[in-house]
Design a protein around this ligand. Structure first.
Ligand SMILES: [Zn+2]
Length: 176
């Protein structure tokens, strides 16, 4: 798939944005064909060299860019020639989604298997055990702690988990 096509995908845009942040996004969103130096990118994008380098290094750490070093024989200066490896994006993205699915599944278990109490004054949530220890009174403001349903949160998580499973073709877990 061509890089341009990849970059039109909003999921991929979001993924890159989360990796490099808003400052690094111009670098991540404009992968050149072939090699480029950090100085060339900084000039082309009108960015600080340090910001360009930070973004390139994040891409490098995530296997989305590589570099080779050239030493100028006269000056001894090192030049870094960068290549964007965006053909790795789909694989990296899938790994991220598996990680998210694991985290969500674990979180959903926790939400399902616990009862929660709320201080409506402070919008602080307590687990049942904590609430009991505090005598069902908020330790912060003294208000009564009320039993709180997390059904909507669990539903939303369940929905997102189902979506991810479908996208990743992970079969539904057998219910015990
Ligand atoms: Zn309170």
């Amino acid at each position: 798939m061509a890089f341009e096509e990849l970059l039109e995908d909003p999921v991929i845009q979001k993924y890159l944005h989360e990796l490099v942040g808003p400052t690094g996004m111009p670098v991540a969103a404009a992968p050149p064909d072939g090699e480029v130096t950090d100085e060339e990118l900084a000039e082309e994008l009108g960015m600080e060299l340090n910001d360009v380098r930070r973004a390139l290094f994040i891409l490098y750490e995530n296997d989305l860019a590589s570099y080779r070093r050239l030493r100028d024989e006269d000056s001894g200066w090192l030049t870094y020639l960068w290549t964007f490896e965006y053909e790795n994006i789909p694989e990296r993205l899938e790994e991220e989604m598996h990680r998210l699915l694991d985290a969500l599944t674990e979180r959903e278990d926790y939400e399902r298997n616990n009862e929660f109490y709320l201080c409506e004054q402070d919008s602080i949530r307590f687990e049942f055990g904590e609430a009991m220890e505090f005598g069902f009174q908020c330790p912060n403001c003294g208000a009564e702690l009320n039993s709180m349903s997390n059904e909507r949160l669990v539903d939303a998580m369940e929905h997102r988990i189902a979506e991810l499973r479908e996208e990743l073709r992970v079969p539904e877990e057998a219910e015990a």
